[in-house]
Design a binder for this molecule. Structure first.
Ligand code: HEC
Ligand code: HEC
Ligand code: HEC
Ligand code: HEC
Ligand code: HEC
Length: 456
């Protein structure tokens, strides 16, 4: 069976039951794929006994853990320290390593922005609220919008909006981080991402809750950019774009296995100058998001910018963590492979199989995260990933050095009397270069081979 014979994965996933037991020759030496998706998905159905009722205001995962102890136990493991060559975190148990010390060009690139003060390796979900509370970026004024992705905040949104979470959310950008954080503490919902954020408490089906994602994905659906990795949007468009695209009603279960992560692992803008924004109205590609920001305005009508570079004055666009956007462009997404397939693979718990809620690097778990689909040896898969990541890492370092040289050249030109008008082109290039520059150590499998999880 050749590649051409294969029904696109997502189509068969829509039918949910179509067997895809095909063998695909993967060009660059990965061995054959041999997978029966419907079987793999069906394994997931597990009976459970409800010991306690849980509802929309139960943000404490411990309570849910009484009904679903295996998922809760694995969820708690996100507090463990993990490290791979490029993933997880270096540094102590107390605090991950400082990226801006490890790569001084990062600090230079961010001068004029809070990321030049403190910017560390990320780590497991258990730490998301602590790490935000601790970051020295909070020595600069930050907005209440920060909490959208670092806490189980939906009940507080409802409280602020008299029952309407979206209304409550829309108020929060005007709060200072400290004020909204205090309200969160007082409300008793100061937990990191919790069961209720991804699951309907009645049915346990996946759902998305975050207003930023709901608005962003609706704007994306309303655009006309092709989205081969999100078939439910294509269908909603074909049916005449009725109302607003609502992922909780329209999306396939398989899409939801990525959407729940797209609530936070995205590019965004967050400050007191406008509500938290996911910039997807023109598409998810780097040029499309750039165009979105180029045209964006703050609430007061002034032109959107992340910050002015402290040395050159260039109006910088700073990319956050666009895992959802990068994933969307890779071969895995187009083949119907979700974030959860790699980051939450099935594990055996006695007689049952459950989704591993220890969300972490799949490289620590190649057997379950990759070998369910790829029949290559673990060492072969790891070597393949490492070679892609190494190439990307080298490009990242070269890009960093080039941006520093550009900054030096602009300063030198100014010293020699080049006019501000004459510098405009160079400043525009600084903005474009930095926007395209990946600032993290590494993640996923890049575009080098035209493929990958978060390809770019
Ligand atoms: C085909 C498998 C695959 C898919 C699908 C996938 N990822 Fe990944 N992801 C990886 C690999 C491999 C890494 C690199 C881990 C490492 O270097 O240790 C990674 C890294 C990451 C990291 C950084 C982890 C760290 O330890 O620093 C995050 C965050 C992440 N992925 C989120 C996502 C999100 C969100 C999605 C869906 C939108 C997704 N991934 C889809 C395989 C995948
Ligand atoms: C409510 C927001 C939110 C959601 C939803 C979310 N994440 Fe995260 N994720 C974070 C934050 C914040 C961090 C960084 C925490 C820190 O560094 O303290 C993180 C960290 C991670 C890491 C790094 C773990 C490590 O050990 O280094 C991975 C991988 C990851 N997330 C993948 C996912 C995947 C896959 C999903 C969906 C199943 C998901 N996340 C859903 C906010 C979220
Ligand atoms: C749209 C969701 C979202 C919003 C809003 C958000 N974060 Fe995060 N944050 C994440 C995710 C996802 C990660 C993990 C990925 C990464 O580190 O690249 C993270 C990581 C972090 C980390 C750990 C690594 C580091 O950068 O040092 C800190 C601290 C942090 N965020 C602080 C903040 C602050 C302060 C704000 C408000 C200015 C904020 N976050 C707003 C999603 C978000
Ligand atoms: C970041 C999102 C996220 C969070 C938070 C989360 N889950 Fe899940 N959970 C998932 C995903 C994705 C699946 C796979 C569902 C599917 O394929 O239909 C899942 C599946 C499940 C299932 C179905 C059986 C299984 O294991 O596949 C149960 C039960 C469950 N989770 C319980 C919990 C509990 C309890 C918590 C809190 C301790 C929790 N989840 C937190 C994303 C999440
Ligand atoms: C649910 C199934 C599934 C899972 C899980 C999965 N993959 Fe894939 N992977 C695919 C499919 C399908 C393709 C596209 C193959 C094709 O059509 O050529 C692919 C392609 C790739 C490619 C690109 C090959 C090329 O030549 O461009 C690499 C590399 C890869 N996968 C590595 C991994 C790694 C590493 C993991 C685990 C972190 C993983 N995959 C997890 C299904 C999966």
């Amino acid at each position: 069976m050749t590649k051409e014979d294969k029904t696109p994965w997502y189509q068969s996933r829509l039918g949910f039951g179509v067997i895809m037991g095909g063998v695909a020759a993967v060009s660059a030496g990965l061995a054959a794929l041999l997978v029966n998706i419907s079987e793999r998905k069906a394994e997931q159905k597990v009976a459970f006994v409800r010991v306690v009722e849980v509802g929309e205001n139960d943000t404490d995962p411990e309570k849910w853990g009484r009904n679903w102890p295996a998922q809760y136990d694995s969820y708690k493991k996100t507090a463990l320290k993990t490290q791979t060559r490029f993933g997880g975190h270096a540094g102590s148990e107390a605090l991950p390593e400082e990226k801006i010390e490890r790569d001084p060009w990062l600090k230079r690139m961010f001068l004029g922005y809070a990321f030049s003060i403190d910017y560390r390796d990320r780590r497991g979900h258990a730490y998301m609220l602590d790490d935000q509370e601790q970051t020295e970026r909070l020595t600069k004024p930050q907005s209440g919008s920060c909490l959208h992705c670092h806490a189980s905040i939906m009940p507080l949104y409802r409280e602020l909006g008299d029952g309407d979470a979206v209304v409550g959310f829309e108020k929060t950008y005007q709060y200072s981080y400290q004020d909204l954080h205090k309200k969160l503490k007082d409300s008793g919902h100061a937990h990191p991402v919790s069961c209720v954020d991804c699951h309907d408490p009645e049915t346990m089906t996946l759902r998305v809750t975050r207003p930023g994602f709901l608005a962003g994905i609706a704007a994306l659906a309303d655009s006309d950019v092709p989205l081969p990795a999100i078939p439910s949007i294509e269908i909603w468009r074909q049916n005449g774009k009725k109302g607003t695209y609502n992922p909780n009603a329209e999306a396939t279960r398989n899409e939801m296995r990525s959407f729940v992560c797209g609530q936070c692992h995205v590019e965004y803008y967050c400050s007191s100058k406008m509500p938290l924004t996911f910039p997807w109205g023109k598409g998810l590609k780097v040029e499309q998001i750039e165009e979105f920001w180029d045209e964006a305005k703050f609430v007061d009508g002034s032109k959107f910018v992340d910050y002015a570079h402290a040395e050159t004055g260039a109006p910088i666009l700073k990319a956050q963590h666009p895992e959802f956007e990068l994933w969307n462009q890779g071969i895995h997404a187009r083949s119907g492979v979700s974030c959860a397939d790699c980051h939450m693979p099935y594990i055996r718990e006695g007689a049952a199989k459950i989704s591993d809620h220890w969300v972490r690097s799949p490289l620590l778990n190649v057997n379950r995260a990759c070998q369910t689909c790829h029949r290559a040896s673990e060492s072969e898969l790891l070597a393949r990933v490492d070679s892609i990541q190494s190439k990307n890492y080298d490009l990242l370092q070269r890009g960093g050095a080039a941006i520093v040289q550009l900054i030096d050249a602009i300063l030198e030109a100014r010293k020699r009397g080049v006019s501000e008008e004459g510098l405009e082109g160079a400043l525009a290039m600084q903005r474009k270069a930095q926007w395209r520059h990946r600032r993290r150590k590494q993640h996923g499998l890049p575009r080098a081979s035209g493929s990958g999880s978060h390809s770019r």
